[in-house]
Ligand binder design. Structure first.
Ligand code: AMP
Length: 289
């Protein structure tokens, strides 16, 4: 459980990652915004496993960067929770070898940065509708992290289902030549999806936030019992969220890959939710049976 080697400047990180790759190491990357929880750590343990595939010890690496370009002007960039010392200890326990935590955002996005990656279709609707520019910021930083790291595989959480679709589309369309792995949502014992933003919730809000995972569970039960009409399933979820005094941003049922809304929930369709509990915007999703 050695402490990971910390890089605060992307330039030496890029040189060392490239040298390791050229020396034959297999690189597995986990990009994060830090304030790590078990969800992130499940991705990191997977990175460790995948880096070591083939019997030779590879390099499991993670990035911790609160990316300003994916936050809107009225969003929580300045108060986003941070704990680098705690994060490094957690990375160590999860088997991460190296961590890039850029000291200043300008080390990643220098003044005058003018190149952006826009994934057109997958960024539309859902979180893309309520967070204009968000996925452009995500795709651009992830593209840059891929170029800085040149990983063989990068691991993301299904918690951010649309983000995963955006990144898969980008990697396919721009031929990044790496594998994208998606990992299941890690939840608290009572069902709440782990999120760094849960730290914002008061105890009362924490209890109300359970409406997200509960409405997904109810939709799964209803679908299993034969309710297939997407409008009906969405209305029930919306009512459950509103009963908990959550302000609904969206409730959608979509095709798992294209993210196109469906009228009839088919096995594998995904229900996606976003709602504000107090001032905290939470998201969750789950496949329907
Ligand atoms: P973030 O730090 O919020 O940018 O998240 C970094 C990565 O962790 C993303 O790929 C997320 O999808 C993933 N992640 C966040 N929360 C969870 C969770 N509860 N379960 C699994 N993965 C998660």
């Amino acid at each position: 459980m050695a402490t990971p080697e910390l890089f605060t400047d992307p330039a030496p990180w890029q040189a060392r990652c490239l040298a390791a790759r050229e020396a034959g190491a297999r690189l597995a990357l986990v990009p994060t915004m830090g304030f790590l929880h078990e969800g992130h750590l499940s991705l990191m343990r997977e990175a460790r496993r995948r880096a070591d595939e083939g019997g030779r010890r590879g390099l499991a690496v993670a990035t911790i960067f609160v990316n300003p370009t994916q936050f809107g002007p009225s969003e929580d960039l300045s108060r986003y929770p941070r704990d680098l010392a705690g994060d490094l200890a957690k990375c160590a326990a999860a088997g991460i070898d190296w961590v890039l935590a850029p000291e200043r955002p300008e080390l990643v996005f220098a003044p005058g940065h003018e190149t952006w990656v826009t994934v057109e279709r997958a960024s539309q609707g859902l979180c893309g509708a309520s967070r204009p520019g968000h996925f452009r910021g995500v795709a651009t930083v992830v593209a840059k992290l891929f170029n800085l790291t040149r990983p063989h595989v990068a691991i993301f959480g299904e918690k951010d289902w649309q983000q995963l679709a955006v990144i898969r589309a980008m990697v396919r369309d721009l031929a990044f030549g790496l594998e994208i792995a998606g990992m299941p949502i890690v939840r608290e014992g009572d069902g709440l999806a782990l999120s760094s933003r849960n730290a914002y919730l008061s105890p009362g809000e924490r209890a109300r936030a359970l409406a997200l995972s509960r409405s997904l569970a109810e939709a799964r039960e209803a679908a299993a019992a034969g309710v297939r009409d997407a409008a009906e399933l969405r209305a029930r979820a919306r009512a459950r969220l509103e009963a908990a005094d959550a302000r609904v941003d969206y409730v959608e049922i979509v095709h798992p890959e294209t993210l196109a809304p469906v009228d009839v929930a088919a096995p594998g369709s995904v229900m996606l939710l976003a709602a504000f509990v107090g001032t905290t915007r939470l998201i969750d999703n789950g496949r329907l049976p």
